[in-house]
Write a protein of this length. Structure first.
Length: 320
């Protein structure tokens, strides 16, 4: 009887050890990502960064600040990640562009002496990662006008094709801006990321890397007042930072004070893929940035609808 009891204890101990090992293995197997962001204009980038930084499912290898005043965006991203306790994540600066939306949260990182620093070239740093890491292990999350991503392709298309996939917030297939613009969302819209650099988006579509597209059809997810209160009432350094940034954004927003979580959806999809079903299609991009489903071999898998409640719940659970 005693021997049987001892053997049972050994079995239980081994079972717990196996569970612990699997937990460690899951951490080791976290999806490696590079995040391209235009944080500082709309507020959704900050929420997307907060979700990514709080998620052990993702290993963030690099942040690329893109579009317009990329130095200011890099400073903002650096301070925000530091407040989130993620000083380990490198922040880089993409090429400055003439065409970009104004920064609504620029002042948040101004006057912070620690953030007036040099940021490395995002294009070269990202390509170095791709050249040195195992092939097809890194996923690129594109949340900004895709100028920096196109610069990567132009500089070294072979290294670029070492990406596992690109999860891209861009375009409008069947539905466009609705609630936030006060328009009829049953027709496509000229989406901002696509329209600010249509040629860059075309370069991505022909890059040879699998593309999982998150267009307006699936990304116009509102952050409810109740969910916002849950986040802001947590009063952690990152949620207090989000509240400050949201207040700065809301003061300049033409569409009201309720955040729309466009850029949260691609991050949430990588963490919880069942929030949407991908539809393969061939996509064309017009000179002004319209994204049109057309005949031809599939070049994207697009998410055309999303479980909005699951996206918001995931965000609240991870960062509050």
């Amino acid at each position: 009887m005693i021997k049987k009891f001892i053997n049972t204890l050994k079995y239980i101990s081994l079972s717990f050890a196996f569970i612990a090992f699997n937990a460690r293995s899951d951490t080791i197997k976290s999806r490696e990502v590079i995040i391209d962001t235009d944080v500082g204009t709309d507020i959704d980038d900050a929420f997307a960064l907060a979700l990514a930084a709080a998620s052990p499912d993702l290993k963030i290898d690099l942040i690329m600040a893109s579009s317009g005043d990329t130095d200011a965006r890099a400073k903002l991203a650096r301070r925000f990640l530091d407040m989130a306790g993620r000083t380990d994540i490198p922040v880089t600066r993409g090429p400055s562009t003439l065409h970009a939306e104004a920064l609504s949260q620029k002042s948040w990182a101004q006057g912070q002496e620690n953030y007036h620093k040099y940021f490395p070239d995002a294009v070269e740093k990202a390509l170095q990662l791709l050249r040195t890491q195992p092939n097809h292990t890194i996923t690129l999350i594109g949340l900004a006008p895709p100028s920096t991503i196109a610069a990567m392709i132009s500089r070294d298309s072979i290294a670029f094709r070492r990406l596992r996939a690109i999860v891209l917030m861009a375009g409008s297939i069947h539905h466009g801006y609705g609630k936030i613009a006060g328009t009829n969302s049953s027709t496509p819209s000229l989406e901002t990321n696509a329209s600010l650099d249509p040629s860059a988006l075309r370069a991505i579509l022909t890059s040879g890397v699998p593309i999982q597209l998150m267009p307006l059809d699936a990304t116009e997810v509102a952050l409810s007042k109740f969910a916002a209160e849950q986040i802001f009432h947590a009063h952690t350094p990152v949620t207090d930072s989000l509240q400050e940034l949201t207040q700065q954004w809301a003061a300049k927003s033409a569409y009201g004070p309720i955040p729309t979580l466009f850029d949260v959806v691609p991050v949430a999809y990588l963490i919880q893929p069942n929030i949407c079903t991908l539809v393969p299609m061939h996509l064309s991009v017009s000179e002004r940035g319209d994204t049109v489903q057309s005949s031809g071999p599939e070049n994207v898998s697009a998410c055309l609808s999303v479980n909005s409640k699951a996206v918001v719940n995931l965000l609240v659970q991870r960062i509050k």
